[in-house]
Design a protein around this ligand. Structure first.
Ligand SMILES: Cc1cc2nc3c(=O)[nH]c(=O)nc-3n(C[C@H](O)[C@H](O)[C@H](O)COP(=O)(O)OP(=O)(O)OC[C@H]3O[C@@H](n4cnc5c(N)ncnc54)[C@H](O)[C@@H]3O)c2cc1C
Length: 485
């Protein structure tokens, strides 16, 4: 419980304007992008402006035994920024400055609250970009991207966030300020930077990020290939990679997404398309021309209905607007959706998508698909309506089946959205008790009292797999969450 006395101490650290403790101020912080499964109202939110302020707040929490929950832009999709055990939420949004740009050495130093796209906007005219590009990049923060090891369409070629982080400044749960990694590519000692990236706020708070900047390619070509069915499109994905071509992006959208987008943006998708592939090539002009010819040949031998190449930047932007607006467009065909995130080997995509369709039929849900096909990173959107009794529980149960399906073909329970609170019960499906214990020990080294973002990522008990996965729908029912929200 955060007492009045503590609130006043927080005010003394960051200023009255930057401490929120009234219910009407706190309500916007009660969930992240996963708005339907669980909510938790913070007791107090502080918005510091400097690392020293973050450290002072964390020291105060350490003294009082309070949980600390870092939050970036709140676009997370696994409930990572929910204050499940109360305590103090630290919003990093004011710490959004670009501190240094060093183009000759292709790096920049930024604060964690900087919105992802703002970094590319700052260096684009000088021929550089920040490669990790989650579809949320116009809103999500670089600190949040680090904490989730965010992916994105262009991570197929460029790698996820972890490939682009050179060093970090961290505030640990004791309030100590430490620096890991550095400005060069290879620093001696343990790779604590790599360990922190993807730790979902459970190791401490990152207050500065040294990032790698990438040179813009000489040329870019964006193709849209339309197919009658999703299976042909998936086979083309595997064939492209098998031919030794690594596009910078290889994204798949199914018929439900195409319909929703066409109604909204009139992109001009082929009328008979049951699936489209958005394929982007970048690199030296001569190389991508050869790759485009190879892709055309692969598509033609696999029944492509139409292969369109964006003729200018405007058409390229429109095709990407469709891809990046896909999740929003689904709002036109459903009241709500539960967005899943799993990974499967690319070659298993046709089988897994057939099975997902069968799960949809069994549960009587439309399941739309838009995903990073080149990475085998699925994003089934389970369309439901929580106004109908029991639908949320059913959607969660369908989601659990999809997770088990991904694991059954050698995949993973998350490609990029993280575990958060949403998938914590699935961790024992993927890891043995000893594997999880090893992770707990690492966590304890960073955060001995386990007050950093408690209740996330690591299950606390060695719970039985089947019971834990079956448990969540009951909890939703028992705690009346579907009714409350
Ligand atoms: C429409 C939409 C599309 C999306 N597309 C993608 C996509 O393509 N790829 C992808 O990977 N994700 C995607 N996401 C999910 C989300 O945007 C990412 O997980 C993103 O990295 C979260 O950043 P954030 O700033 O919003 O973090 P938040 O949601 O605020 O927090 C996420 C986690 O990071 C922790 N955290 C935040 N800041 C810090 C910090 N400074 N130090 C330590 N921990 C911190 C929080 O405690 C929490 O656990 C999408 C989300 C939406 C809504």
């Amino acid at each position: 419980m955060v007492k009045h006395r503590i609130v006043e101490e927080l005010v003394a650290i960051v200023g009255r304007e930057w401490v929120l403790s009234e219910t009407d101020e706190l309500i916007v912080y009660d969930c992240d992008g996963m708005t339907y499964l669980e909510k938790a109202l913070p007791e107090v939110v502080v918005l510091p402006d400097t690392t020293d302020q973050v450290s002072a707040v964390v020291k105060l929490c350490d003294r009082e035994g309070l949980a600390v929950v870092p939050r970036g832009a709140g676009t997370g999709l696994s409930g990572g920024a929910l204050p499940l055990k109360g305590g103090v939420m630290i919003g990093l949004n004011r710490m959004n400055r670009i501190l240094e740009i060093d183009l000759p050495n292709q790096r920049a130093v930024v604060e964690p609250g900087l919105v992802n796209i703002a970094l590319t906007q700052a260096v684009r005219d000088r021929g550089y970009f920040f490669a990790p590009d989650p579809a949320s990049q116009i809103a999500s923060s670089i600190g949040g991207n680090v904490a989730e090891n965010a992916g994105g369409p262009h991570c197929l070629k460029y790698g996820a966030t972890t490939m682009h982080i050179l060093g970090l400044e961290l505030v640990l749960s004791s309030g100590e300020i430490v620096h890991v990694g550095g400005r060069t590519l290879d620093v001696p000692g343990y790779d604590l930077t790599g360990l922190f990236v993807g730790s979902e706020g459970t190791f401490g708070i990152c207050t500065k990020v040294i990032v790698r900047l990438v040179r813009q390619p000489e040329a870019v070509q964006t193709l849209l290939a339309s197919f009658r069915g999703i299976e042909e499109a998936c086979e083309v994905v595997s064939a492209i990679i098998a031919a030794g071509i690594i596009p910078s992006a290889l994204e798949l959208m199914d018929k439900h997404i195409i319909r929703a987008l066409e109604e909204w943006l009139q992109i001009g998708y082929h009328g008979g398309a049951g699936a489209v592939l958005l394929i982007e090539l970048d690199g030296p002009a001569a190389e991508i021309a050869a790759q485009a010819r190879g892709i055309e040949q692969i598509c033609r031998t696999r029944g492509v209905l139409d292969l369109r190449s964006a003729k200018d930047d405007q058409e390229r932007a429109l095709l990407w607007k469709g891809r990046k607006g896909a999740a929003a467009a689904v709002g036109r065909i459903t009241h709500e959706y539960y967005l899943q995130d799993g990974v499967v080997p690319r070659t298993k995509l046709p089988y897994v998508l057939r099975e997902i369709d069968a799960i949809g039929q069994r549960y009587d849900f439309l399941i739309a698909n838009v995903f990073h096909a080149g990475d085998g990173n699925l994003h089934p959107l389970i369309c439901f309506d929580s106004r109908r009794q029991g639908e949320l529980q059913k959607a969660v149960a369908a989601g659990a089946e999809i997770m088990k399906l991904c694991l059954s073909v050698g995949g993973s329970i998350t490609g990029e959205h993280g575990i958060g609170m949403e998938k914590i019960d699935f961790m024992p499906l993927m890891y043995s008790p000893d594997d999880l214990e090893a992770m707990r020990k690492v966590r304890t080294a960073f955060d001995p009292t386990q007050r950093c973002n408690p209740g996330k990522l690591l299950p606390t008990s060695k719970s039985c797999v089947e019971t834990s996965v079956a448990y969540r729908p009951h909890r939703i029912e028992r705690e009346g969450l579907a009714q409350r929200y």
